[in-house]
Design a protein around this ligand. Sequence first.
Ligand code: UD1
Length: 367
Amino acid sequence: MAKKKIALVVGTRPNFVKAAPLMRRLEQHRDRFNTALIHTGQHYDHKLSQLLFDELGLPAPDVHLGVGSGSHAEQTAEIMTGLEKTLMESKPDLAVVFGDVNSTLATAVVTSKLWIPLAHVEAGLRNFDATMPEEINRVVTDRLSDYLFVSEQSGLDNLAAEGRPKDRTFLVGNIMIDALVAHLESAGTSNVLDSLGVTPREYAVMTVHRPSNVDDAEVLRGIIGAVREIGRKLPVVFPCHPRTQRQLVESKLMAHDRQDGVRVVEPLGYLDFLKLQSEAKLVITDSGGIQEETTFLRIPCLTIRETTERPVTVEVGTNVVVGVDADKITETAFDVINGNHKEGKIPDLWDGRTSERIVDFLLTSLT
Ligand code: UD1
């Protein structure tokens, strides 16, 4: 039987985390699949890209498009141009994309026009806020995908409501948790706590990078104000995305990298960040993936956004959507510090076996 060619397309830090378990699982079936990894280059800093590749055991990309930063249109168009050429040459039997980033959207548009079947891992998530670029990317990608691999029940419901065929949508669980389960033990040996001088359960972790929180200096000022308030009670470690770092400097919001118990550090690698989350008293974030990881780790999480596209983390897990009001953020954080928080459970199928379920499906339906 001829081997099927599968192209995995990744571009950003969370994509790498999601692709790694699938890549590993596909490689166990080398007799059936020829797998190629395409990196668009959307994330290019060592700490956002190569470090993650190394830690997650991802092979060097077969193709690197090297697109880098730009406006949404520039970045998306450049990915599309590079990818079209690559895919016309390699003609895969299936392309796989992850999550909701510009690389995901660009790949969906290109593959559809080339009639290359597309699988979307993490399909169906919605927060119904079309002002967020990620929501646009999710809706368009799902509309163009042939196979929709879903991480939680809300994803199935959303896809059904949008009229996507039931026989194309599959609840397979959360692939990010596959990576977490695979690396939790080795993350345990990280000395990040010592090097940051923090003690287990006696610090908070904070990340913020969404344009809506970061690009508007007033919104960011409110968030930073709240975090400083929290930092006076509990030290806060703040690994800072380049977008956020730039805004902090431009709007002079943090004069030093240590202020009022808040410590700003460069983006951490996957293992250090996993260790840091897993020992934290509290995590404050606007990331999607971190809402899921804290739910699995059962660490209280405050999401500084008005909505979440991952409702199971609130319904079942430890997540609370607090919005961006500074008083609300501090109040809720103080509640957690005082021990008032929900315990949370792990959602169904977040068991470290999602990539196995996806590959089992591909083995029967593709080959
Ligand atoms: C992207 C995703 C977001 C995801 C995040 C994960 C989109 C629309 N957004 O946001 O959903 O949660 O990745 O981190 O795809 N930059 C660097 N070095 C890099 C990459 C970016 O300095 O390696 C800076 C650049 O100045 C760039 C800015 O960060 O202009 C934004 O990068 P971009 O890739 O456009 O989006 P993210 O904010 O990283």
